[in-house]
Design a protein around this ligand. Structure first.
Ligand SMILES: Cc1ncc(COP(=O)(O)O)c(C=O)c1O
Length: 431
């Protein structure tokens, strides 16, 4: 019998774990190394999700292990206003590599926190409280982040923070603004802001967006969209927050996804990929904004703000990504992966769309290509077959049949080919 079915393990899991996100995967992970993890039967499984979209350097990258080992033994955690060299060095490096003049950095632990930090600062600095987000966004599960998250269920948790307003997400595949002439995303934006202007009580503070909406189904806004959004926000004196939790640090082929759009936001938030699997997040803003916030007594005091150990890890992550040219690698290998997925699309009617950038790709399964009706059941069957065949995948929430494909940037070309082969077999078995 499979050791993954260990009755005692599952009895304890069922007795003592909160089910925080649906069913657990039906196996036990014993170890993880490079682009693979190993289950209780000693079976190696290709990690096409980079853990939770974070392990961009694969698992247990030797240089990250060395830094973590050193700092856990030398300089782990401190009083939150006590500074150390890794924190100041990481802030300096982030200010240098980020676009524009995002010179002030706050280091925290999670993506949700980094967005709370930006939202609180935008509210304090503008003196207003309304926040606009896209209708397929995911910014976290903490209060302010959840109020502006529309791709997960909002039902059952009481009123979200007041002033949360929504814009239609730019969906190049299914937008209602697509007709024979193409996708009129400008009309969609005009329509969205017309509704925002009608709903607003005159207190618009900020707009928070992911440069590619990942958890919402890998929606890549068309070129020009972000610039137009930024213009429309500026016309309303709103501050712009880019959430690069998943797109930051090379995954999409540039160090930051917003580089493609040539738009510098007022705030940039980084998380998942910054710690490459360890809990580390950052909120970047300009000196001008931070000076006003500090003058007004900005407070975002958390237990793990400015912790040295994760900061030292983040420094190493950025060093390795720049040194080993991982952005370029993501662009190149992303093309290989996308070409393979497009080849599968030519053979399987159920693949309605292939989209995304670099090594953040989406595969949209449909009941038929004409209606583009999502096929979430097929996606679940394909995901189960992939796991049985030795590959971990991620299907986005919300009733779609969309795979979010995001292997570590350390993935090798032959592992991409293997992943494609597994998708091929899984599709033919699941159909
Ligand atoms: C774009 C984006 N922002 C924020 C978050 C929240 O990050 P965390 O779960 O670390 O709070 C996520 C998590 O999936 C995300 O994808």
């Amino acid at each position: 019998m499979s050791k993954n079915a260990d009755a005692e393990f599952w009895a304890k899991a069922n007795a003592h774990l909160v089910r925080y996100g649906g069913a657990f995967a039906p196996l036990i992970a014993e170890s993880a190394q490079g682009n693979w993890f190993t289950d209780a039967d000693g079976r190696r499984i290709l990690d096409f999700t980079s853990g939770q979209m974070s392990a961009i350097l694969g698992h247990s990258h030797p240089e990250i292990v060395a830094v973590a080992q050193r700092y856990i033994g030398e300089l782990d955690h401190l009083y939150s206003t006590l500074l150390s060299r890794p924190v100041v060095d990481l802030a300096t490096v982030l200010a240098k590599v980020s676009p524009g003049k995002l010179d002030r950095v706050l280091l925290v632990s999670t993506g949700g926190e980094s967005n709370e930090a930006a939202l609180r600062m935008a509210k304090l600095v503008t003196g207003r409280h309304e926040v606009v987000a896209l209708s397929r966004s995911w910014h976290g599960v903490t209060g302010g982040a959840a109020a502006n998250t529309y791709s997960s269920s909002r039902k059952g948790y009481g009123p979200p923070q007041p002033g949360a307003l929504v814009l239609p997400a730019p969906d190049t595949y299914r937008s209602r603004f697509i007709d024979d002439q193409g996708y009129d995303w400008r009309a969609e934006l005009e329509f969205g802001f017309d509704l925002i202007d009608r709903q607003s009580s005159g207190a618009l503070a900020a707009c928070i967006v992911e440069p590619i909406l990942s958890s919402g189904g890998v929606l890549e806004p068309p070129e020009g969209y972000m610039a137009q959004l930024a213009k429309m926000c500026a016309a309303r004196d709103m501050q712009l927050i880019f959430d690069e939790a998943q797109t930051g640090l090379g995954r999409t082929g540039t160090l930051f996804a917003c580089e493609r759009d040539g738009v510098v936001p007022h705030y940039l938030t980084l998380s998942k990929t910054l710690g490459a699997g360890l809990p580390l997040a950052a909120m970047l803003t300009t000196a001008e904004i931070e000076d006003v916030a500090a003058e007004r007594g900005y407070l975002f005091y958390t237990t793990h703000a400015s912790d040295p150990l994760p900061a030292a890890v983040g420094l190493k992550v950025i060093e390795v990504i720049l040194r080993d040219r991982f952005s370029e690698r993501a662009a190149e290998l992303g093309t290989r992966l996308r070409d393979g997925l497009v080849a599968l699309q030519q053979r399987y009617e159920s693949i309605g769309d292939v989209r995304g950038r670099g090594l953040l790709l989406g595969l949209d399964l449909v009941k038929d290509r004409r209606s583009k009706t999502p096929d979430p059941e097929l996606a679940q069957r394909v995901a189960r077959e992939c796991l049985a065949l030795g590959m971990m995948t991620s299907v986005v929430r919300g009733g779609f049949g969309i795979f979010r494909i995001a292997p570590p940037l350390t993935i090798e070309p032959h592992e991409i080919d293997l992943g494609l082969e597994i998708f091929d077999k899984a599709l033919s078995r699941a159909l």
